[in-house]
Ligand binder design. Structure first.
Ligand SMILES: [Zn+2]
Length: 810
């Protein structure tokens, strides 16, 4: 065995000496440093990222102890561990983002800041290379998975995840500055990982619960040429789901339920999945492993067929931040973590480099203009973690808030944005043999190195607001080569590359995209989604692409139940939404008539400059006599990425086409006009769920808003209605939430009703005590009393929490 590997090594070295190129992605991306983004859509976002978000994220990392943890582990300062055990990774991600910014533009202050920060990180590293501040600090008061022993709880311990991000940061820092300070830390750690994990005697056979290190190891291999890092990445991939090789596997949540080559569909945590499939693509490209390729092709098809939101993101609430199964694409409870969008983009970029098909760039483009970009505010210092497609003003989708948040306890998303934005230009152009690819339409220039020529491509466009793109070709010398320009699927009436979403027949474009060279029309069939122009080019030749662009109504596949009878509006790569701020505060009451005629208009002063769509929709409301009426209502729609910059308000992407699906404002009742409070309400739930007049199907109804006292268990709790004015009341009806078989909420052990008399709470008088029953309203009648407030007190069952779906008062 040893002789064999020695022989292999000699062969590899000999191969290298002979100039033999090793296997890799057949298509090479043009690095982001060879692309200069000009004025237009992306430049302000990248400038804000560099000027605001990088510094802001570092400041937050300081304020929250993320950076002090390194100093403390390195004995540069005293104190215990602060925050969460995977916070080391956040610092790494901001360093990576900062390094990309440095690579694009010198910044002495930032450069020096990184130097000081890296001193702390290097100090935190143990002598043998181990880097994990939670353990090195050894704070007896801080508990985390695997505290007992190194590498003992990889399912949740994140030891390998943290350093994976550190490798990426270190390489970015080295490439931007030429300094090896962080790279040395990364290599020392990676060497320890390679020594610790493997198939040999004395090594651990295990995998990281949160993938990411695979990508980092491959990057280390590319930089150093040291095969062991590639082998290590492959080992982690090969050992996933291997119940025959490991004492314990970690199940579907971590894509560890079966070996990769047997996996058929996307399951589990969406960020882990995205990083995993991206890492597999890297290793497949470098090793030529056909089984790997088949596996990720299959999984990709599964995602685009039935698990991808129209905004180009993945993952659901209640599914462990992950895939909930085929067609399960709920809108209010869409999770669509910003990190999952980024992971999906990284994966799709790699799929393009493997296959050269534009459908991967179609997904990538949908992600970057929608599900990713919504994750960071225009100001660069407020963030979405989940990105839902409806805001009902009840469900606090953004980890306990209904607005963009300045930071999160687990703040993976804000620090992921900061590294993704500056690297985005690296996805615009690519090259294979004597072919230059144009995948994204972004103003500016890209330098493509062909085997016999260097070519500068200059794009001029108002994309995504306009479908005209002008590309000036400036080769170093005149000569023949091919230009492949992506014709986006959306321009051919295919919003995403599957039949999950379809443009309504009436809204299909009545002309096809066109392209010209120096004004002369070219017509050739598309190749894998690309317009191919092969000719002898002269400096100054101009290619003009004209893509049809208009507002289109898109329907979802029949199997997506929440979207039945609804349409989403797209225009080019953008998905639109209706937001309260533009529509008199309410949008859930809207529905679109058969022919809504949505007209575009560019508003330079709105939301950083956006094209809005306006038209006449209809809305449902109640007349004075209580009857339901519908009438025309002006509708204004804004790009989804730009929503929620004007306070918390209703938002909807999938608009009903029929009045029956439009939401009526609640009928004014004692309950619906009351102010609702509770002893405690879980961050993702809402006290407003109790009086929203949404009738539960059963006690385990997860499709409507709820109030829960989660995670209080076995305690005494209360909820309270403060009436709009004093009323005579004689009964209440309560529908308890109980998720037996799924969670730890149960109907309460007992409950009682109190009324307010002046400042005092008094028990109501009743002939019987209230009963507790699942799956129906628990009606409780008592001696009538005039009061301005009612309170329900509950005793939760021992070891269980509880909640309420609806509470009526009569
Ligand atoms: Zn995240």
């Amino acid at each position: 065995m040893r002789y064999l590997s020695m022989l292999l090594l000699i062969l590899v070295i000999a191969g290298n000496l002979l100039g033999e190129k090793r296997r890799d992605y057949p298509i090479k991306p043009v690095p982001f440093t060879a692309v200069k983004v000009g004025e237009g859509f992306w430049l302000p976002r990248m400038t804000t990222n560099r000027e605001v978000t990088v510094r802001y994220d570092f400041k937050k990392c300081e304020e929250t102890g993320r950076i002090a943890n390194f100093a403390r582990a390195g004995c540069l300062e005293d104190g215990g561990f602060q925050g969460i055990y995977f916070n080391d990774s956040d610092v790494a991600k901001v360093i990576e983002g900062a390094a990309y910014c440095l690579a694009l533009q010198p910044d002495k202050e930032l450069d020096e800041y990184l130097d000081r920060l890296i001193v702390k990180i290097a100090a935190a590293q143990e002598d043998d290379g181990y880097l994990y501040t939670a353990r090195t600090i050894g704070d007896p008061k801080y508990n985390y998975p695997g505290k007992e022993k190194r590498w003992s709880h990889l399912a949740h311990g994140h030891e390998l995840y943290n350093v994976g991000h550190m490798y990426e940061a270190a390489i970015a820092h080295y490439e931007a500055t030429g300094k090896k300070t962080l790279l040395n830390v990364a290599i020392k750690n990676a060497d320890l990982v390679c020594k610790t994990f493997g198939p040999d005697e004395g090594q651990i056979v295990d995998v990281p619960g949160h993938q990411e290190i695979e990508i980092g190891l491959v990057k280390l291999f590319r930089l150093t040429g040291d095969e062991k890092y590639l082998k290590q990445a492959k080992f982690f991939i090969d050992m996933r789901g291997r119940q025959d090789k490991r004492p314990k596997t970690y199940g579907t949540y971590t894509q560890d339920h079966k070996p990769l080559v047997q996996q058929e569909e996307a399951v589990g945590h969406a960020v882990r999945g995205g990083y995993f499939y991206a890492g597999v693509a890297d290793v497949a490209a470098l090793t030529g492993d056909e089984d790997y390729l088949e596996a990720i092709d299959r999984i990709w098809q599964d995602v685009v067929d039935c698990k991808l939101y129209i905004i180009g993101s993945v993952g659901q609430h209640g599914a462990g931040e992950g895939y909930a199964g085929a067609w399960k694409l709920d809108n209010t409870r869409a999770y669509n973590e910003t990190c999952a969008a980024i992971a999906l983009a990284l994966w799709n970029q790699r799929m393009f480099l493997l296959h050269g098909d534009s459908k991967y760039a179609d997904v990538l483009e949908r992600v970057i203009y929608n599900g990713f970009l919504s994750g960071v505010s225009l100001s660069g210092d407020k963030f979405f973690y989940p990105n839902p497609l409806t805001c009902d003003m009840k469900f606090k989708f953004n980890h306990g808030a209904m607005e963009r948040s300045p930071w999160f306890g687990c703040s993976c998303c804000p620090v992921n944005v900061v590294r993704f934005l500056p690297s985005l230009p690296g996805m615009v152009y690519a090259q294979k043999d004597d072919t230059a690819y144009v995948n994204l339409f972004i103003n500016g220039t890209g330098k493509v190195e062909l085997p016999d020529n260097n070519v500068k491509l200059t794009q001029k466009t108002r994309y995504p607001w306009d479908g005209k793109i002008r590309i000036t070709i400036t080769p170093e010398k005149a000569g023949e080569f091919a230009l492949k320009v992506r014709i986006p699927g959306w321009a051919l009436n295919k919003p995403l590359p599957s039949d999950l979403y379809k443009v309504k027949p009436a809204d299909r474009f009545d002309w096809r995209p066109t392209w010209t060279v120096n004004g002369k029309s070219i017509s050739s069939p598309l190749e894998k989604g690309y317009a191919v122009i092969r000719r002898s080019w002269e400096p100054g030749d101009v290619v003009e692409i004209n893509l049809p662009m208009k507002a289109q109504r898109v329907t979802a596949h029949e199997n997506v139940i929440p979207n039945r009878g609804r349409v989403a509006i797209t225009r080019g790569p953008l998905v639109y939404c209706a937001e309260g701020a533009d529509n008199k505060g309410k949008v859930l009451d809207l529905y679109l008539p058969e022919d809504p005629k949505l007209t575009p208009a560019f508003k330079p002063d709105l939301l950083g400059g956006v094209t809005v769509l306006t038209g006449t929709a209809r809305s449902v409301s109640r007349a004075e006599d209580g009857s339901v009426v519908n009438k025309p209502k002006k509708i204004t729609m804004v790009p989804y990425y730009a929503w929620c910059h004007r306070g918390a308000n209703e938002m909807q992407v999938w608009l009903p086409e029929k009045k029956e699906l439009a939401e009526l404002a609640p009928i004014p009742t004692i309950a619906s006009t009351s102010r609702v409070t509770a002893s405690h309400s879980h961050g993702s739930d809402s006290t407003g769920a109790m009086n929203d007049q949404q009738e539960p199907k059963n006690s385990g109804d997860h499709d409507i808003p709820r109030h829960t006292w989660w995670d209080h268990k076995g305690t005494a709790e209360w909820v309270q209605y403060d009436f709009a004015e004093p009323k005579k009341v004689s009964s209440v009806a309560v529908y308890w939430f109980d998720d037996s078989g799924r969670g730890a909420c149960r109907v309460p052990a007992s409950w009682k009703v109190l009324y307010r008399d002046g400042k005092e709470w008094k028990p109501i008088k009743a002939p019987a005590t209230p009963v507790v029953t699942k799956d129906k309203f628990n009606r409780f009648t008592f001696d009538s009393v005039t009061t301005d407030a009612l309170r329900i007190e509950v005793e939760l069952q021992k070891d269980f929490s509880g909640g309420i779906l609806e509470w009526k008062v009569e």
